[in-house]
Design a protein around this ligand. Sequence first.
Ligand code: OGA
Ligand code: NI
Length: 356
Amino acid sequence: MVCPCDWPEPVVRVQSLSDSGESIIPARYIKPPSDRPSLNSSPDINIPLIDLSGLTDGDLSFREATLKQISDACREWGFFQVINHGLRPELVDGAREIWREFFHESMDVKQKYANSPKTYEGYGSRLGLQKGAVLDWSDYYFLHYLPSSLKDHNKWPENPSSLREVVEEYSKEIVRLGNVLLEVFSINLGLRHDYLRNAFGGEDVGACLRVNFYPKCPQPDLTLGLSSHSDPGGITFLLPDENVSGLQVRRDQQWITVKPVRHGIIVNIGDQIQVISNAIYKSVEHRVIVNPNKERVSLAYFFNPKSNLLIHPAPGLITRETPSLYPTMTFDEYRLFIRTRGPQGKSQVESLKSRG
Ligand code: OGA
Ligand code: NI
């Protein structure tokens, strides 16, 4: 494959387009009618809300009930929101607000971190390399936390001055929570309690953060902040903007708008868990809509298997009735395939099946 060394077209910061005050958006951001946000999402449905204190409280029946809630959410939704997750409320708010401050720094400051598609690290404005693609209405910042060999503080913003420290603490807590959920998912799937942790590489898991910045958009009905996609990795921990909703999750033929809960964290199953669970858990499609009056900041933390381990359905889940659905592939191989194409619905993991 050709080396993804540079962007196929000059990079335009969506924040600059938004700040220009134009009342119409450039044609590059206008989605075909079938992809535009519709207003048919049901206002009364939300993804499951789960109180994780049941995992640490000591009361066995509370623990069992919590495991069951998580199991149901993984099977039926692929998405849930957690509270009492162990991250201090000040840390949750602090992490989001320090990134908001970063995005409000001058363009010169941000441009110092402009990214390339080689590693995606830094300040970016597009995912995928397809020339002429319709673009999403967002900018982002991407950084690596684990493995520590990929962590490079010089690639993290220097300002605001406490950003690196806050991101360190937030990251450590997310990795802790990731390991807790790997154990819960293993138990719920009927596997050894450490099955998923080992399949992910134990101490050598990957963890990387994409902070999404969705500027105000004068024509939110014509575009999307992030096109429909499923997350390629293991588990995603999304810290949404507490005041502005925008995330929509596909449920049958409908798009459900997630209503964020204060200090809650949204958890979703990624493609690698769909593969290991042999599709007992689904990596569900989601997208982001934008807003004419409000910007939105979200932190998507991707908790991933070690990138060169072979990922395949757990042998304990393969039976004559439920044969293996996916070929064996490393996360590295899978990610390269995704990164070249950009966010494109659910076809990513599904198209693996035909390669199997
Ligand atoms: C993502 C994502 C949702 C959001 O970054 O993969 O789905 O609400 N983000 O920003
Ligand atoms: Ni996502």
